[in-house]
Ligand binder design. Structure first.
Ligand code: UT7
Length: 326
């Protein structure tokens, strides 16, 4: 049995930026409210004509370069996204075509902000059991195209971007040491986009009702998010025989700075051990964790041998935690 580890990462954003000052001109909000309640100063926004697979492709190509592999070496591409280019084919298959991964199976995992952890949990066992050798797991989102710019509680947090990881067998003791994912569909209406599917379809009524946009009960999600990420992190660490004191760095999904602070407090983690880049990038859903890992590798915040805890929470609701030795 081989451990599966990350051997290359990449990330990409659209060049467009939406600042808090820009939002002050669109909805009834203020820079002061957004910074105090979310920690966000700006977010990325795709232009008309830009779409999810383009950013996933850029991130995937960087990850392949870092891993020293060709696209043909990849056997599976799992794209975590809630904002696909279109309902079919999958964004994973579209990225496969764009990078030329002719020997791969491309697919999507639809698990909102926890999608990247769902993806690496799936391919980890495929690599560990020897079924495949090389996988690409991508988190890619263009959330701003699903955001209702008349709804001040969602439009201030969501952003666009993509992060990608190449996974492959690594030496014993390294790579993914433990991982756990969960969902609870009973909280469906805490964050959802009801229109456009087989239930409501797309009609003049769904469009008038703005059902194709995200609708969110932010405050209720906030509490479940903090509790879920803290609990699953503890459960996963316990099961794997580690404690929070063993962990060098925690990278949580970048949902809201106050959620990150509350998770740190529940897990008893000092500020310098929990990563945040939400001020500059906003909430990029499934892309936030792979983007953060890549930034930490590039800046030297993650060093070889470090034990890193990833934890995520999102609409569905979904949540998860993964422990990686770099
Ligand atoms: O990515 C994973 C899934 N998503 C999340 O985990 C998101 C979790 N939730 C959040 O990040 C926060 O709940 C929000 C940022 C969405 C909202 O912050 P909050 O502190 O929970 O605000 P709230 O919804 O409790 O609203 C408090 C007040 C309300 O006014 P009243 O009723 O007290 O007069 C809102 O109308 O703040 C108002 N408000 C705003 N005011 C200015 C809500 N959004 C805004 C805004 N600007 N953008």
């Amino acid at each position: 049995m081989n451990n599966a580890g990350i051997i290359g990462m990449g990330h990409a954003y659209p060049s467009g930026v939406l600042t808090n000052a820009d939002l002050e001109r669109i909805v009834d909000t203020s820079d002061e409210w957004i910074q105090t309640r979310t920690g966000i100063k700006q977010r990325h926004k795709a232009a008309e004509g830009e779409y999810t697979s383009q950013f996933g492709t850029k991130a995937a190509q960087q990850a392949l370069d870092k891993a020293g592999l060709n696209a043909e070496d990849i056997e599976i591409i799992v794209c975590a996204t809630t904002t696909p280019d279109q309902i079919m084919p999958s964004t994973g298959a579209l990225i496969q075509a764009q990078i030329g991964a002719t020997n791969a199976a491309g697919m999507d995992v639809f698990a909102t902000c926890s999608g990247f952890l769902y993806g690496i949990t799936m391919v980890e066992s495929m690599i560990r059991t020897g079924q495949i050798k090389h996988a690409l797991v991508i988190g890619a989102e263009v959330l701003t195209k699903y955001v209702d710019y008349t709804d001040r509680s969602t439009c201030v947090i969501f952003s666009d971007g993509a992060g990608a990881a190449v996974l492959a067998p690594v030496e014993a003791g390294k790579g993914i040491l433990a991982t756990k994912i969960r969902s609870d569909g009973r909280f469906e209406e805490h964050l959802y986009a009801p229109g456009g599917g087989t239930k409501l379809g797309t009609t003049y009524a769904t469009i008038d009702n703005r059902d194709h946009f995200f609708k969110m009960k932010g405050n209720e999600l906030f509490k479940i998010a903090v509790r879920s990420m803290a609990e699953i992190s503890k459960e996963m660490l316990d099961k794997a025989g580690y404690t929070i004191a063993d962990v060098d760095l925690v990278i949580p999904h970048q949902a809201n700075q106050r959620i990150t602070d509350a998770v740190a407090s529940r897990l008893n983690i000092p500020e310098e051990k929990i990563f945040s880049n939400i001020a500059e990038h906003g909430n990029t859903s499934s892309a936030s964790i792979p983007i953060a890992i890549d930034e930490c590798l590039q800046s030297g915040k993650i060093k070889q041998g470090d034990l890193v805890l990833l934890t995520a929470f999102g609409g569905g609701v979904t949540w998860g935690a993964t422990l990686i030795r770099f």
